[in-house]
Design a protein around this ligand. Structure first.
Ligand code: PGA
Length: 250
């Protein structure tokens, strides 16, 4: 049985002062878990988060990185800059990046490759919109996101990747996929990975669920066979709620 990987995605929330308060509250609340705990914070909070979580079981991630090592890319951050700070993880291809910032499967792949080359562990997000689900295209979309978004990623590299299945209709809406819906979609994603990499690699791959996951619904979701953890947005901004998710699965 795998342990679970619970990652908080703070999105564009928390000043440095607020980060100090939240991490201070969180540390004792998640200290006893066997699950892996990650907080993905804004760039400006990374140094503080790394410093405050030293010697604890909390790992720190960023929310994006560029595919080039350096250069004329105003507003972007290179993977090596994150590594230098002590950051271990990076969210790639979140649906908000795909929707508002023009991310495509190709840019997701480029960022994932760069993150892996720098020694970061990418949390790569995939997921269908409501229109895609209702028109019967969910599997087609997920398959495309996997086939195009992981093109050329080797099995060895995949061991350092976490996939987050986040149905777009469930993100920040309070509408969670049912335990079965989430499990079925993740099982489908895993089957596509198995076609590419074989069963063993696909079974070892961590696939999280994300979308309105919180301390109330986490136990049910995390008990499902294919759900290896969660990517938590809103509920990760409150220490008691996020720790409730972390501690929902023993
Ligand atoms: P949510 O966000 O938990 O607020 O729905 C999840 C995510 O976007 O990663």
């Amino acid at each position: 049985m795998k342990n679970k990987i619970i990652a908080g995605n703070w999105k564009m929330n928390k000043t440095i002062a607020e980060t100090k308060t939240l991490i201070g509250s969180l540390i004792p609340l998640v200290a006893d878990t066997n699950n892996t705990v990650i907080i993905c914070v804004p760039f400006t909070d990374l140094a503080t988060a790394v410093e405050l979580t030293k010697g604890t079981n909390i790992h720190v991630g960023a929310q994006n990185c560029h595919w080039k090592e350096s250069g004329a890319f105003t507003g972007e951050i290179a993977p090596s800059m994150l590594v230098e700070l002590g950051v271990e993880y990076v969210v790639i291809g979140h649906s908000e990046r795909r929707t508002y910032f023009g991310e495509t499967d190709a840019t997701v792949l480029a960022r994932t490759n760069a993150a892996l080359s720098a020694g970061l562990k990418p949390i790569v997000c995939i997921g269908e919109t409501l229109a895609e689900r209702e028109s019967g295209n969910m599997e087609k979309v997920l398959r495309r996101q996997i086939v195009e978004g992981f093109k050329g990623i080797t099995a060895e590299q995949l061991a350092n990747v976490i996939v987050a299945y986040e149905p777009v209709w469930a993100i920040g809406t309070g509408v969670t996929a049912t335990d079965e819906q989430a499990n079925d979609s993740i099982a489908f994603c895993r089957s596509v990975f198995a076609e590419i990499y074989g069963e063993e690699v696909a079974n070892a791959l961590y696939i999280q669920y994300g979308g309105s996951m919180n301390d109330k619904n986490a136990a049910g979701l995390l008990a499902m066979e294919h759900i290896d953890g969660g990517l938590i947005g809103g509920a990760s901004l409150v220490a008691e709620k996020f720790s409730g998710v972390v501690n929902a699965h023993k």
